[in-house]
Design a protein around this ligand. Structure first.
Ligand code: ATP
Ligand code: MG
Length: 343
């Protein structure tokens, strides 16, 4: 069979569009040309502010919302032409816990849904019990879902999806409402799934989760794709520009005002001895140093700061991120040189 030896891309979405009709107004473009791909063993984060179109995208991928246009392939299967075949290859946990039967027990839910997928409940029982144990739900195995806490229901919903053993797993806000320990357990589980060769697409507002578990991130805002990059690449790109300056004498109020005018994203510590600044262009370094030079303020150090993904995300969504390759390769070198000259 031609191409049989190559593993198909686990999830491939292209130019996906969805408009929701609105009474008396033009339709709302919830998803407007989104495309991305995810390979086996990859965890891809789907990020965006509220209303960006993340849930709509996930619902289209798992066949709950019909796209107006675009293509979705799950393990090489065209989801629009062969929807059943495609959905068999994925499992999803959507916002809320609607994929559970409230009048069945925790364990019955796990077995029931596997039965739905044509698996023998007896065969999956040991794996089901192991997952209940892992999520600290063993003592709730015979409790009705209706009687579980919201967090427990969320854990059970994730367990149901994981147990399905599909190549692709879609998790919409998987750690929302979970306590710290359970959130950590979910992160660990997601990493293990990826190590096992499975593909996870997860949406989250928790940047720490994204930084921690995602290899790639797809950012959407107003239904449009803003970025599709490796998390590491984005962090590196943004890290070039955040600097932390320690001063030998406090900034004067006039200097602080100058800095704020020149660099909108500057923050000055209360004692005026620490400055955190985003130097967007290569020559920003010189503008920054000029402000300090005016009062002969000594600079003790100027260090590049490790950015947090949260900041990267804010820049991406605001559209003020660096264009790829916009940074002088050696901004840090220029800074060091200038520091040694001034100091
Ligand atoms: N069934 C629907 N009918 C009409 N409009 C909808 C429907 N579902 C979503 N929308 C609208 O589509 C847009 C995208 O919503 P969506 O739920 O996909 O966003 P999201 O990125 O998941 O947001 P959040 O971070 O708040 O979960 C929003 O403006 C929302 O109001
Ligand atoms: Mg959502």
């Amino acid at each position: 069979m031609p191409g049989a030896s190559a593993t198909p891309t686990a999830l491939c979405v292209d130019d996906l569009r969805k408009a929701y009709p609105r009474r008396g107004r033009e339709p709302l473009l919830a998803v407007d040309g989104v495309g991305f791909a995810a390979e086996p063993g990859q965890v891809v984060g789907l990020l965006g502010p509220n209303g960006a179109g993340k849930t709509t995208t996930i619902k289209m991928v798992c066949g709950l919302v019909r796209p107006d246009a675009g293509t979705i392939e799950v393990c090489g299967v065209d989801a629009r032409r062969r929807p059943r075949d495609a959905t068999r290859r994925l499992a999803a946990v959507l916002e809320g816990n609607r994929n559970l039967y409230w009048r069945l027990t925790a364990r019955e839910n796990l077995l029931y849904f596997m039965g739905n997928r044509g698996r023998s409940p007896r065969a999956v029982a040991p794996a089901a019990d192991a997952l209940l144990e892992r999520f600290d739900l063993a003592d709730k195995r015979d409790a009705l879902v209706a009687d579980l806490s919201r967090g427990m229901q969320q854990k059970l919903a994730i367990a149901v999806a994981v147990l399905a053993g599909t190549q692709v797993l879609l998790l919409d806000e998987p750690t929302l409402g979970l306590d710290v320990q359970t959130g950590d357990e979910v992160r660990r589980l997601v990493r293990e799934l990826a190590a096992d060769g499975r593909t996870v697409l997860l949406s989250s507002h928790d940047m720490a989760v994204v930084q921690d578990v995602c290899e790639r991130v797809v950012v959407i805002a107003h239904g449009r794709l803003v970025a599709d990059e490796r998390v590491e690449t984005l962090m590196r790109l943004f890290a070039t520009r955040a600097y932390d300056a320690r001063l030998g004498a406090p900034l004067t109020p006039a200097q602080a005002a100058d800095l704020r005018r020149a660099f909108p994203l500057v923050s000055v510590s209360d004692d005026g001895l620490h400055v955190r600044v985003d130097l967007e262009r290569g020559d920003d370094v010189y503008r920054f140093i000029d402000v300090l030079r005016r009062e002969r303020t000594p600079m003790e150090s100027l260090d590049r700061v490790a950015v947090r993904f949260e900041e990267v995300f804010r820049h991406l969504v605001n559209g003020d991120g660096p264009a790829r390759g916009a940074w002088p390769a050696d901004a840090a070198g220029a800074v060091r040189e200038e520091v040694s000259r001034v100091g």
